[in-house]
Design a protein around this ligand. Structure first.
Ligand code: FAD
Length: 393
């Protein structure tokens, strides 16, 4: 790593300052303290853009990157903790991979489906179509004191509907859930509503391969690699770019390159006021500084989509807000109203899926124990369907 900016050389890990042991550190503070500012600016700052579209001075190290944060706690330093973890893993190897899953491709770090991520919800929809309802908007939650059921009110294409259930897993974005819960628990609503979801724009552009700078191509004339993430210090507005057509087959006709770029995030909220053309122009301008020849013809704008509230930020205080929300629900007698989704478990899609399985298992266990204790056997009701445990339709 070379330095073309003011750099503090990586120092041996300093012990946490007395102050740090008592307060939650930001990602910027933790990484700069342990690995130096250059590692922070060059590696971790762009990584925060790539995962959270976040502000590393606000993201909590503990909440956002807990698996790294814990290393220092375990071993006194990142290296010490890594060694300890390595030893622990050797002594207690993880269970073997589920044989139903295909083998992990070697070296592959990202994945998608043949026709894009939409294949996942479509497949879920096909396989459990009798048990899901789409376009049902949750508008209110209350509790029936006599039966102990939660009563969930929905707006649906065929008019209002009610679902009754002993347990609920709510995987709506926290700011939506805050509104739904406000009447039942102001405390939970306040905590859930406090989480920040900055906007992110996804800009998909296509260029002929001849537009790519020659030194960015491999011997076969292709653009290798996963993509690029941009340190904020380099004056690039685009957060990062995925080389979609290099990673996945069938994304672009031969001789063309498909690039998916992200723009916006916690430090560039103004994207919500920009037109798709302005966003595409900004991304194109940024790409011409690194990947695309400055005099290349304009790209084809394949798609621009802005999510005004995109990704929950695991900022300092996140875990406390989550605990406060759970406490609020508990005080309102809603212990079986379980919070799920990315603001609880982490934002990576794989984590959200894993967490979904865990929550579903926990709910199934509780339903089984309720029925073995002679309670309602889980025959929760709706005017249209039998049991319902999920509230996001
Ligand atoms: C632009 C962008 C790029 C990303 N890229 C990646 C990536 O490359 N890799 C990765 O791992 N992760 C990525 N993520 C993160 C990941 O996609 C999300 O964290 C994850 O999909 C969130 O899943 P979820 O179920 O918690 O929330 P969501 O997928 O947001 O689901 C919430 C659901 O609640 C529904 N809903 C809202 N209001 C109501 C209501 N009132 N009633 C009923 N239902 C309602 C919504 O329709 C939605 O279906 C990206 C996210 C964004 C925004």
């Amino acid at each position: 790593m070379h330095a073309d900016m003011q750099v503090t050389r990586p120092q041996p890990a300093k012990p946490p300052s007395p102050q740090c042991t008592y307060r939650e550190e930001s990602v910027k503070e933790f990484v700069s303290r342990n690995l130096g500012q250059e590692v922070f600016f060059r590696l971790i700052d762009p990584f925060c853009s790539g995962v959270y579209a976040g502000d590393p001075a606000k993201l909590s190290m503990k909440a956002a990157f807990g698996r790294i944060w814990i290393l220092e706690k375990m071993g006194g330093s990142l290296v010490g903790g890594s060694l300890k973890l390595f030893q622990e893993r050797r002594n207690n190897p993880p269970p073997p991979r589920n044989p139903q899953l295909p083998p992990k491709p070697k070296g592959q770090t990202v994945g998608s489906f043949r026709k894009g991520l939409k294949m996942l919800p479509e497949a879920i929809g096909r396989n459990i179509k009798d048990n899901i309802r789409t376009n049902w908007k949750l508008t209110g939650v209350s509790k029936d004191a006599s039966s102990g059921h939660y009563v969930l009110n929905y707006e649906t294409p065929t008019g209002p509907q009610e679902v009754r259930s002993h347990q609920v897993i709510a995987t709506l974005p926290s700011w939506v859930l805050a509104d739904v819960l406000r009447e039942k628990s102001a405390k939970a609503a306040e905590a859930l509503g406090s989480l920040d979801y900055p906007p992110v724009g996804a800009v998909t552009l296509s260029y002929p391969i001849s537009s790519v700078k020659d030194d960015r191509k491999n011997a076969e004339g292709k653009v290798p690699g996963f993509g690029q993430l941009h340190p904020r210090t380099q004056g690039i507005t685009t957060l990062g770019t995925i080389y979609s057509s290099s990673l996945f087959p069938g994304r672009a006709p031969d001789g063309n390159l498909l690039l998916l770029s992200y723009i916006g995030g916690a430090m560039n909220r103004g994207i919500v006021d920009q037109t798709p053309e302005q966003l595409a122009d900004q991304v194109d301008k940024d790409l011409r500084t690194m990947l695309i020849k400055p005099d290349a013809p304009k790209p084809r704008m394949v798609g621009v989509r802005v999510w005004p509230r995109a990704i929950p930020q695991f900022n300092i205080g996140h875990q406390e807000q989550l605990e406060k929300a759970k406490a609020g629900l508990s005080e309102a007698g809603m212990d079986d109203f379980v919070l799920g989704g990315n603001y609880v478990c982490g934002v990576a899609l794989g984590k959200v899926v894993d967490h979904g399985y865990e929550l579903a298992q926990a709910v199934a266990n509780r339903a089984a124990s309720r029925s073995s204790n002679g309670g309602n056997s889980g025959k929760d009701s709706t005017s249209q369907q039998p049991a319902a445990a999920a509230s996001s339709a």
